[in-house]
Design a protein around this ligand. Structure first.
Ligand code: BG6
Length: 508
C-alpha cells in the first residue's frame, strides 16, 4: 500500500454545500478506515465569519451528512476527528492578500507537523481559480522547496474549449501541470475504474473489442430527478456541459482507448487523450442535425405526484431552450473503431437512475439458425456503472426440446457478491489518491481540452434557434423520436434498476 505523507488540506469555499455534503464525509471515512496520515489538518477557508469551533459544529457535529455515521461512534472518536479541522475567514473577497491565511497555515504546520505538504482544494466557482492560484503564489504558498504543493479543482472546468484553455493557462502560471488535479467524480467510481480492468486484465474481451466484432456501443446515463435547486447554474450549462463533456466522455475514453504500456498515471492518460482526439468532430450542419438531439422535460405526473416542467423550475428562464436530455451519435476515426457507431445519451427525469455501457456484438458471419429471431437479439455485454453494479452477458442458448430454437440467456456478475469489504465512495478514493500524489484518476489539461474540442461544435450548433428542442414528459425515456438516431432496427435499451431487468421494464 502507498504511504500517505503528513499534510494539510486547505479547502477554499469551505462554507459551501460541497464541503459538508461530500468532502468532510469523505475525510471522515478515510479517518475511520485509518487511511489518514499521523499528522493531518483540514483548514477550511471562505468568506463567512466562523470560529474553528463553529465550523466543526457545522461540518461535523451538526452535519446532516455525517449524522448517521457518527451516531454509532464514541464521543472521543468524533472529538479526535473534529480536532483535525480548523477554519480561517478570508474576509470579503477571495482576491486579497493571503497574509493571514499564510500565517495560519504556517502556525498549524509547525504545531501539527504537516511537513509543508499542502493540498489546496478549490470548491469555488471556476472564475476564482486563477485569482486564488495567483494569491497563493504571491503569499509564497506554492513553492515546493520544502514539501509538495497540489491544487484540486472542481468541475465545470471551462464552459467551452476557449474558456477551458484560458483556465489551464491561468493555473499554469502558478502551478505546474503535475501539481494540478482536475476532479471528475465518475473516475472515482469503482465500476468506471473496472472498465480498464475488464478490458485489460482478461484475454477473452480484448480480442473482440473492435470493429470486426462490435456492431455498436451504447451508453445511457439517466437520473430520476430534475434540476432541483440548481436551476440557475443548470440553465446556463445544460446536459451536454454538465454530464457529457466531463463524466460521459471520460467513460467513452476508457472504452475507446488502446491498451496502455503500464498502469502509470501518464501512460493511462496518454492513451485516454489519444482516444478523445480520435473522436470524429462533427462539422456539417447535416451531420449535427442527424447525429445529435436535445430535449427538455415538461410537466407530468409521476407515481401520482405532479412534477414541474423544466421551464417552471426556480432559476430557469421561462423560455429556456437549455437541454435536460442530450443524445449524441459519433464515430471514432482509428483502425480499431472505424465505422462503429457510438450512441451516448444523458438526461434528467427519466424513469430510473442508471448508468450503463452496452457493447452490442455483430451477428455471426454465417447464420446457421436462420429462421430464429435470435439474430435480432444480438450478443450484448452490459457493464453497469450504477446502481446494481455488475456485468451482464446476453447470449443465445438452445431451448430444450425438438429443433433448434434459440433463446437469450444471461450470465451475470454483481459487485455486491465480492466479499472484499469496503468500496470507497468516489470522493474518498479521489481525495486519497491526491493525498498520495496519484493523478491517474484525475483529468489532465490536454484531456479536458480534447473533450471540449469534440463538444464545442455541438454546443455552437445547438445555439442556433432553428435546432429543435424536443419535449418529453418528466419520468419517461426522453423524446419519442430519439430512437430514430439509430441505424437499422436498433433503438435505445431502456434498462430497469436491476441489472437483469428486461429492457423497457422498470420499477419506479
Ligand atoms: C454532477 C452533475 O456532476 O453529476 C449533476 O453536475 C448530476 O447534475 C451528477 O446529477 C450525477 O452524479 P451521480 O454520481 O449521481 O451519477
Amino acid at each position: 500500500m502507498k504511504k500517505t505523507q503528513n499534510q494539510m488540506l486547505i479547502i477554499f469555499g469551505a462554507s459551501g454545500d460541497l464541503t459538508a455534503r461530500k468532502l468532510v464525509p469523505a475525510i471522515y471515512n478515510l479517518y475511520k478506515g485509518k487511511h489518514l496520515p499521523e499528522n493531518f489538518v483540514v483548514l477550511g477557508a471562505s468568506r463567512s465569519a466562523m470560529t474553528d469551533e463553529e465550523f466543526r459544529q457545522k461540518v461535523v457535529q451538526e452535519s446532516e451528512f455525517l449524522k448517521d455515521k457518527i451516531s454509532k461512534e464514541g464521543k472521543d472518536f468524533i472529538a479526535d476527528f473534529a480536532e483535525k479541522i480548523f477554519y480561517e475567514d478570508l474576509g470579503d473577497n477571495y482576491d486579497t492578500k493571503y497574509t493571514g491565511l499564510s500565517k495560519r497555515i504556517q502556525q498549524l504546520n509547525e504545531e501539527k507537523g504537516c511537513e509543508e505538504n499542502y493540498i489546496f482544494y478549490l470548491s469555488t466557482p471556476p472564475s476564482l481559480y486563477e485569482v486564488i492560484a495567483k494569491n497563493l503564489c504571491e503569499a509564497g504558498l506554492t513553492q515546493e522547496e520544502k514539501g509538495w504543493k497540489r491544487i484540486i479543482v472542481e468541475k465545470p472546468f471551462g464552459y467551452s474549449l476557449a474558456t477551458a484553455k484560458e483556465l489551464n493557462e491561468g493555473l499554469h502560471k502558478y502551478f505546474k501541470e503535475p501539481q494540478v488535479y482536475r476532479i471528475d467524480h465518475y473516475l472515482g467510481k469503482e465500476t468506471v475504474q473496472n472498465l480498464l480492468v475488464t478490458r485489460f486484465s482478461n484475454s477473452i474481451f480484448e480480442p473482440t473489442w473492435n470493429r470486426r466484432y462490435i456492431h455498436h456501443v451504447e451508453i445511457t446515463n439517466a437520473e430520476t430527478v430534475g434540476v432541483e435547486k440548481r436551476g440557475g447554474y443548470y440553465d446556463k450549462s445544460g446536459a451536454l456541459r454538465d454530464m457529457f463533456q466531463s463524466h460521459l466522455l471520460q467513460v467513452v475514453s476508457l472504452i475507446v482507448m488502446e491498451p496502455p504500456i503500464n498502469s502509470s498515471a501518464e501512460e493511462i492518460r496518454d492513451e485516454k487523450v489519444k482516444a478523445l482526439k480520435s473522436l470524429r468532430i462533427m462539422t456539417s450542419d447535416e451531420e449535427l442535425a442527424n447525429h445529435t438531439m436535445k430535449g427538455q422535460y415538461v410537466a407530468s405526473t409521476i407515481n401520482g405526484k405532479k412534477v414541474k416542467g423544466y421551464r417552471e423550475e426556480e432559476g430557469v428562464n421561462p423560455d429556456s431552450k437549455t437541454e435536460t436530455f442530450a443524445a449524441v451519435k459519433f464515430f471514432v476515426d482509428n483502425w480499431r473503431w472505424k465505422d462503429v457507431p457510438f450512441y451516448v445519451r444523458t438526461a434528467k427525469y427519466m424513469p430510473t437512475k442508471v448508468t450503463e455501457v452496452v457493447i452490442h456484438f455483430k451477428s455471426p458471419a454465417h447464420e446457421v439458425f436462420k429462421s430464429q429471431d435470435v439474430y435480432k437479439k444480438d450478443n450484448k455485454l452490459i457493464i453497469r456503472i450504477q446502481p446494481d453494479e455488475g456485468i451482464l452477458i446476453k447470449f443465445g442458448v438452445k431451448v430444450p426440446g425438438l429443433g433448434f430454437n434459440v433463446e437469450q440467456a444471461n450470465m451475470d456478475f454483481y459487485y455486491s457478491d465480492l466479499d472484499s469489504a469496503e468500496i470507497m465512495d468516489a470522493y474518498e478514493r479521489l481525495l486519497l489518491d491526491a493525498m498520495q500524489g496519484d493523478a491517474t484518476l484525475y483529468a489532465r489539461a490536454d484531456e479536458v481540452e480534447a473533450a471540449w474540442k469534440f463538444v464545442d461544435p455541438i454546443l455552437k450548433y445547438w445555439e442556433n434557434e432553428d435546432v429543435p428542442t424536443y419535449g418529453y414528459a418528466a419520468g419517461t425515456w426522453g423524446p419519442r423520436n430519439s430512437d430514430d438516431m439509430f441505424e437499422g432496427h436498433f433503438g435505445w435499451r431502456n434498462p430497469g434498476n436491476r441489472l437483469t431487468d428486461e429492457t423497457g421494464f422498470c420499477i419506479l
